[in-house]
Design a protein around this ligand. Structure first.
Ligand code: AMP
Length: 372
């Protein structure tokens, strides 16, 4: 029944329902259908949703609707663990809120502070940021405070807490009003997330849009067992065979992204690296080239495994096997998004086989051999 409801049936106003329609969102996704009615009733939310589930819309729409009813500057703040995800969330707010003239500011590290300060002087409605840079502005930017904040969103909360953001998050919680709505979204529910939930949510409604740690059904998961010394060779072979596809290749180290991208480019493939050691402008540049289709192979570390929404990634290659099933799910979640199909291929060498079997056990699913 829920699947048949449209955005207006969920209580979303005409203007925003039209904005969804313009983005091609005809029917709410499961997390949206379940979260939005509770959010519009003014409840706190905990959303457990897999990547690609449409969770950004699930929190952005109720916030925008509430903003429309009582417009004010510094209305909502969204915290994200990565810069790219923050930029992407702001893009969602801007696209959905264009019809109501919403103003957003992105506060992330690696980008000119002065420009961000100027944006804050514009008194934006929505702030999206990484915790460290937000605290930096709260302490150093004159006239900027979140004392009148109405909504706080913690996106990818499991990661927010893993990355030692605990201190800045506590600082933020100390300077925002207690009287507010809080939405916490996480792909996985860890003990730290539970602790945070107890500390900053009030009688939240819990919504689970996916069974724990599962990957979507439209994702074909395959593996290829090979000797360590031939990995590069196999990678080149797969990418050449699938040269019409858009692919993301995950490696364990920053250096490996540079090396593989250089090697593939020498062989005439359109590859580009992205990793956490690159400057923010280089990272954004690489991502934009990939999104625009100028390069169809993104070689990345796990900096790109979380939350990034890149349209039409056909294939994810695990060049190095990730160290946990959670990372595995975040990586393969870059493809087969929003109902589309996708392939994930894991290149497993003799040393990684045991980890790989452990991942299969944890996700409760066996992979098919890669078919050449
Ligand atoms: P998210 O999980 O928020 O990163 O969203 C994943 C992708 O799904 C994004 O490309 C969204 O634009 C898209 N999306 C979100 N909601 C819907 C919807 N109701 N119908 C179709 N696509 C959607």
């Amino acid at each position: 029944m829920e699947e048949d409801k449209n955005f207006k049936d969920l209580g979303i106003c005409e203007q925003l329902a039209e904005a969804c329609d313009n983005l091609g969102w005809k029917i709410p996704t499961k997390i949206q259908a379940e979260a939005i009615p509770h959010a519009l009733e003014g409840k706190d939310l905990i959303g457990l949703a897999q990547t690609g589930s449409g969770k950004t819309g699930a929190f952005a729409l109720p916030i925008l609707q509430s903003l429309l009813e009582s417009p004010q500057a510094f209305f909502a703040c969204v915290l994200s663990p990565t810069r790219e995800l923050a930029i992407q969330i702001a893009e969602h707010f801007e696209a959905l809120g264009a019809c109501i003239g919403v103003k957003c500011a992105v506060l992330v590290g690696g980008i000119d502070r002065v420009q961000q300060t100027n944006n804050l002087a514009n008194r934006p409605h929505i702030i999206v940021g990484t915790p460290g840079r937000l605290v930096d502005h709260l302490s150093n930017t004159k006239g900027f405070s979140l004392r009148t904040l109405k909504y706080l969103v913690l996106d990818e909360a499991d990661r927010l807490l893993n990355e030692d953001f605990e201190k800045p998050i506590n600082e933020i919680l100390n300077v925002i009003p207690r009287e507010r709505r809080t939405y916490l979204f996480s792909a996985t529910m860890t003990s730290k997330v539970k602790k945070l939930q107890r500390a900053c949510l009030r009688n939240p409604v819990k919504i689970e849009a996916a069974s724990k740690y599962s990957t979507v059904d439209t994702l074909k998961q395959q593996f290829c067992l090979l000797p360590a010394k031939y990995k590069e060779c196999y990678l080149v072979y797969i990418l050449t065979e699938m040269s019409g596809c858009t692919s993301m290749v995950f490696t364990r180290t920053c250096d490996a992204t540079l090396f593989l991208a250089m090697m593939l480019r020498h062989l005439g493939l359109r590859a580009i690296p992205i990793n956490g050691k690159m400057t923010q402008s280089k990272r954004s540049g690489a991502l934009n080239q990939f999104k625009a289709g100028e390069c169809n192979i993104l070689i990345c570390t796990d900096v790109a495994s979380r939350g990034l929404d890149i349209e039409l990634v056909d294939m994810v290659i695990n060049y190095d096997i990730p160290t946990s099933y959670k990372l595995y799910n975040h990586r393969v979640g870059r493809t087969a998004r929003a109902g589309r199909s996708g392939v994930a291929v894991s290149l497993v060498n003799q040393y990684e086989w045991e980890w790989f079997v452990q991942i299969e056990n944890d996700i409760g699913r066996q992979h098919m051999p890669f078919v050449w």
